[in-house]
Write a protein that binds this ligand. Sequence first.
Ligand code: SAH
Ligand code: F3S
Length: 480
Amino acid sequence: MEKTIDESKQGESLVLEQKTENSRKLFIESYGCSMNFSDSEIVASILHNQGYNTTQKLEEADLVLVNTCSIRDKAEQTVRKRLEKYNAVKRINPGMKVGVLGCMAERLKSKFLEEEKIVDLVVGPDAYKDLPNLLAEVEDGRDAINVILSKEETYGDISPVRLNSNGVTAFVSITRGCDNMCTFCVVPFTRGRERSREPQSILEEINDLWSRGFKEITLLGQNVDSYLWYGGGLKKDFEKATDMQKATAVNFAKLLELCAKEQPKMRIRFSTSNPQDLTLDVVETMAKYKNICKHIHLPVQSGSNRILKEMNRLHTREEYFELINNIRRILPECSISQDMITGFPTETEQDHQDTLSLMEFVKYNFGYMFYYSERPGTMAERKMEDDIPLEVKKRRLDDVVQLQRKHSEFRTKAYVNTVVEVLIERESKKSEQQWSGRTSQNIVAVFPKGDFKIGDFVTVKITDCTSATLIGEGLGLSNQ
Ligand code: SAH
Ligand code: F3S
């Protein structure tokens, strides 16, 4: 650019050049966990600096990126279907390039380029900073791939472009990867070893969000409670750290406190907590700060000790009950949610009954329930036979879903005639006369719009409910 232009016209040329560059259009969509949605915002930021602006219209895109999920076979099938759709669009818009990001890219690597002719670019979750180079290759007419997993990459220095944002809530990633090796789970293979992001860059991101009007953040990681900053490096190498590094290390409870203090009016959430890594100092920190939301997503997967062991979940049913009792004691108002898997290899009817009785004990506020899907390369796939017939997996899933519905209803009903604080996020999907937001406990509440606006914290009297939603009337702005 500097080569040919005369000094006096530099400003003009710069504007012109930016305009030309920014006319490139990126269509990016995400599947799977919140981390993927958060990563897509990092990718949009990297590509913004390459002159790409995002578009919601697939047909006009110069570059289409799909951030993929491998967690269950169904998630992968959804992505394959999307690729068919891109193929149809490419017939009308032949210059369009297509890239695959995320866990499927990592899992399938160059196989993707062989299997799906439409794909020009394959980029794993730790290689997004290489996108400018990879795109240059694609523009030269070559397929490009980078699926190298990193020991350091946390994208801590990148300020994400908020996509499809309501301007009120945002994700902030704090760890990447997972070391837990649950035997059913593909994540440790697709996202690599666990590493934590520097606290200062997390606080800076929170401050920036607050200054732009955001009111709630969710600290994200596959396993947030195992967050550990000791100056960089993998979690598993902490033992090799110096005494000084060990003495000044920041664990998750400390990070949570730092965040809560940094912006005392910002709501702080976090997800996900593996029960074996959630320590009571985290629960105590939650109790100490009003702005830390009173909700813990605490996936258990199964209520049977034998199955928990086969899954390499490193706690027993009894230890889980103890943890639940401690949470209830320290934080009686805390809501608790679950993830469950039905039909894990060798699961008997008795194991399934153990899951139902565990649920009966906890009475979760809500949950995400799945039937087991065998994932290539995992320990369960290598060592166990996927021996539970699909109809049995589905019937057990149905039992679990029905029971959860009953418990959700029980929990939601308990809020009727109480007063809660709701942060307004959007218009209700069911009525344009109503706002929709969430309580500290992560329960959706709707109420008439009145004079309130998006981003307001409102004191709401709950008058009615469905199994998942609270219905109420706004009493006034809350002063938090
Ligand atoms: N720690 C992660 C959990 C990973 S995946 C998080 O942050 O969400 C989310 C959920 O998907 C898991 O808790 C589990 O219930 C489910 N899941 C993972 N692997 C699965 C598999 N092979 N089959 C069915 N469900 C699975
Ligand atoms: Fe997966 Fe277990 Fe980690 S579910 S993401 S290996 S905590």
